[in-house]
Design a protein around this ligand. Structure first.
Ligand code: 5GP
Length: 190
């Protein structure tokens, strides 16, 4: 595999703000592209197939997994998720920064396969704040929120395995820190 491009892994517990930060990175930092994952979960209102995710049924997901279509897969909140490998390698070859919004299990697998990845764990400022954010977005019921908080505790335990931890107390500040990290990497490559 060529070493020209880079992977930027952004992970955080659910409600940690990674999706918003991901969008800010893609919009404001040149040469970044988004790695669209495949999933077996239901499409949410406003989501587009091929843009937000490739929405697959269980059978297709499993077939693709057997055929080696994914760089990593994980079961997250009871649904399957996976990163298509071909797009990833192609973009790295073209010198892009491939941005991944993936869970901690997937992140650890990518770090092992692609040790040059820039891995950033986005840390919520506190569990209370995380709970507030999950309630505020009104997407999940109480049981689901409890499950996500339990999962968050496990995920935060893995934060030390990432190259960087950025606390998301304030979105702009977190974004600037991530931009700084990427700029440093770009300098090293020159
Ligand atoms: P959601 O269904 O809310 O979009 O995402 C649920 C979780 O799955 C998030 O933590 C998200 O980062 C993670 N996720 C999305 N795509 C992938 C992927 O391709 N691989 C892995 N391991 N996790 C993913």
């Amino acid at each position: 595999m060529s070493n020209k491009g880079k992977i930027l892994i952004l992970s955080s517990p659910s409600g940690g703000g990674k999706t918003t930060i991901c969008r800010m990175v893609l919009k404001n930092i040149p040469d970044t592209v988004y790695s669209v994952s495949a999933t077996t979960r239901e499409k949410r209102a406003g989501e587009k197939d091929g843009v937000d995710y490739f929405f697959l049924n269980e059978e297709d997901f499993e077939r693709k997994e057997r055929e080696g279509y994914f760089a990593e897969t994980a079961l997250v909140h009871g649904k399957r998720y996976g990163t298509p490998v071909e797009f990833l390698n192609k973009m790295i070859d073209q010198g892009k920064i491939v941005v991944m919004d993936i869970d901690v299990q997937g992140a650890l697998k990518i770090m092992e396969k692609y040790p040059n990845s820039i891995s950033i764990f986005i840390m919520p400022p506190s569990f209370d704040e995380l709970e507030k954010r999950l309630k505020k977005r009104k997407r999940d019921g109480n049981d689901e929120i409890k499950l996500r908080i339990e999962n968050a505790k496990r995920e935060i335990y893995c934060a030390k395995k990432f190259k960087y931890i950025v606390v998301n107390e304030n979105l702009d500040t977190a974004f600037y820190k991530i931009r700084e990290i990427i700029e440093e990497y770009k300098k090293e490559d020159r």
